[in-house]
Design a protein around this ligand. Structure first.
Ligand code: ATP
Length: 308
């Protein structure tokens, strides 16, 4: 039983009237991992996650969460999962800490609400009604409510959108600790650094489909593998340099005296460039190797910046 993935979505289709929001999406989340679902606005991330949570019925394909059907077996599934929605789902008049304590009591082996209040910096607003909390406080409370029941699996939709750096860091630390405790997490995010920092596995979604997936390292390894930059005197003979490089490389001078080599950046390429410089009496002022980031991969695959 434990060997089944925490989430297994195959060929999911979801339409709103005539609009296809999710169009044959596959998603597998192994147990005990953090999976980040990345995608531009309108890619279908929230719809997918809400379908996994049992809030939406698929129009096609299949969804299993902890081995269960979220719609027909929702009653058995819900106590085992935690859900952090983008917009609360909380009584506006209820007080923050009271609500958290109440939620904790609904579970057999909850986390300590006082610990969560302290960890997420909610101590000063424990008695404040929900509607009077700031956006960031409401968000941190939603995270606390999602995890207080010590769920096996937690869905976090944009958990740090709009948070200040300190609250963001506290959220990241909490997610990392939950993972160390064996909790599986699925998070949607617009932040590449969040995915790079937290996720074991990243799925890039665009136009309602998963267009790439893998560990952040695997995703960054494909395609143009890196960039080598150096600065030197302007107007170097790039054709001569290119002839010395492997066939799939590119050599550019985007601004005078600033050079960029693209391709499989490995020790051999570095040696070739420095030896070419030595042969041509070029002393680079600065030489740097840059790996591709998830941001680069995302842009290459979708042609879009994350915030549309
Ligand atoms: P964002 O990053 O902006 O939250 P998303 O990737 O989560 O976007 P979804 O919210 O799943 O994307 O939306 C996918 C598509 O479905 C969008 O074009 C959106 O406008 C549309 N959509 C979402 N919810 C509804 C709805 N209730 N009725 C009609 N269309 C909807």
């Amino acid at each position: 039983m434990q060997s089944t993935p925490a989430v297994e979505v195959v060929g999911l289709v979801k339409r709103y009237g005539g609009k296809t929001a999710v169009d044959g999406l596959d998603l597998t989340v192994p147990r005990g991992t953090v999976t980040a679902v990345l995608g531009p606005n309108g890619a279908g991330k929230t719809t997918t996650v809400e379908t996994c949570e049992g809030y939406r019925r698929p129009d096609g394909g299949s969804v299993r969460v902890l081995g269960l059907d979220p719609v027909t077996e929702g009653g058995a599934l819900r106590p085992r999962i935690g859900v952090m929605l983008q917009n609360g789902g909380v009584y506006p008049g209820a007080r923050a800490e009271e609500m958290l304590r109440h939620t904790a009591k609904l579970h057999r082996d909850p986390l300590d609400p006082a610990m969560l209040v302290e960890r997420l910096g909610l101590g000063t607003c424990g008695r404040t009604p929900y509607r009077r909390l700031s956006g960031g406080q409401q968000q941190r409370l939603a995270l606390a409510m999602a995890v207080v029941g010590r769920p096996e699996l937690v869905f976090l939709d944009e958990p740090t959108a709009g948070l200040d750096p300190q609250a963001r860091r506290a959220t990241w630390d909490l997610v990392s600790e939950l993972r160390a405790d064996g909790v599986t997490a699925v998070l949607t995010t617009h932040f590449m650094d969040e995915a790079e920092h937290l996720a074991d596995h990243v799925v890039i979604v665009d136009g309602g489909r998963a267009i790439a997936s893998g560990t952040p390292t695997e995703l960054c390894r494909g395609g143009a593998e890196g960039t080598l930059r150096f600065t030197g005197r302007p107007g170097l003979d790039l054709m001569s340099l290119l002839n010395a490089l492997p066939a799939d490389s590119a050599a550019l001078e985007p601004t005078p005296g600033s050079y960029r080599i693209e391709g499989k950046v490995d020790p051999q390429l570095l040696a070739t460039v420095t030896s070419w410089c030595a042969q041509h009496g070029v002393m680079p002022d600065r030489i740097a190797v840059e790996r591709r980031t998830l941001e680069d991969v995302f842009l290459e695959l979708t042609g879009k910046e994350l915030r549309g």
